[in-house]
Design a protein around this ligand. Structure first.
Ligand code: DQA
Length: 146
């Protein structure tokens, strides 16, 4: 059975109340339930983590090598700033999909650049919570083809 780690970055713990016009009313707990349900359907195991701290996210990624076959990450604001998260992804060497709820290319210019996507298989941006489900389907397909 394939193991997928899902990491959510800063302020995503506030989903449901945070900038609802952009991110919607759905909570992270609800998104996590959807992801777990999809994982059962796809017969894979997921672990889901959230942190507001860059260093902790780096540690989650490096610890992933002990368990995960692939990683799905919404690095939130660190997408646009974190060389440390980029380097951690390169070091761990497993397939990674970057997810964003909003379409970062339709937003402020500082959000239109991801330091992370260049070390990922790809990016899913703008589909709301559905993006996590699409990422899970995609990554499971990729792992099956390997
Ligand atoms: C986000 C987009 C980021 O620019 C922002 O800082 C977030 C959420 C998204 O999911 O749309 O916190 O990653």
């Amino acid at each position: 059975m394939k193991h997928i780690l899902v990491i959510n970055g800063p302020n995503l713990n506030l989903l449901g109340t945070r900038e609802v016009d952009i991110y919607g009313k759905i909570t992270l707990a609800k998104i996590n339930e959807m992801v777990k349900e999809k994982a059962r359907e796809l017969n894979c195991q997921v672990r889901i983590k959230q942190s507001n701290s860059e260093g902790e996210i780096v540690s989650f990624i490096s610890e992933a090598r002990n368990w995960a076959d692939a990683l799905i990450i919404n690095p939130a604001a660190y997408t646009h700033t974190s060389i440390a998260i980029r380097d951690a992804i390169l070091a761990v060497g497993i397939p990674v999909i970057e997810v964003h709820l909003s379409n970062i290319y339709k937003r402020e210019s500082f959000r239109q650049k991801s330091l992370i996507v260049g070390v990922c298989l790809g990016q899913i941006t703008g589909f709301g919570p559905e993006g996590y489900i699409l990422a899970l389907e995609a990554v499971v397909n990729v792992l099956e083809e390997r």
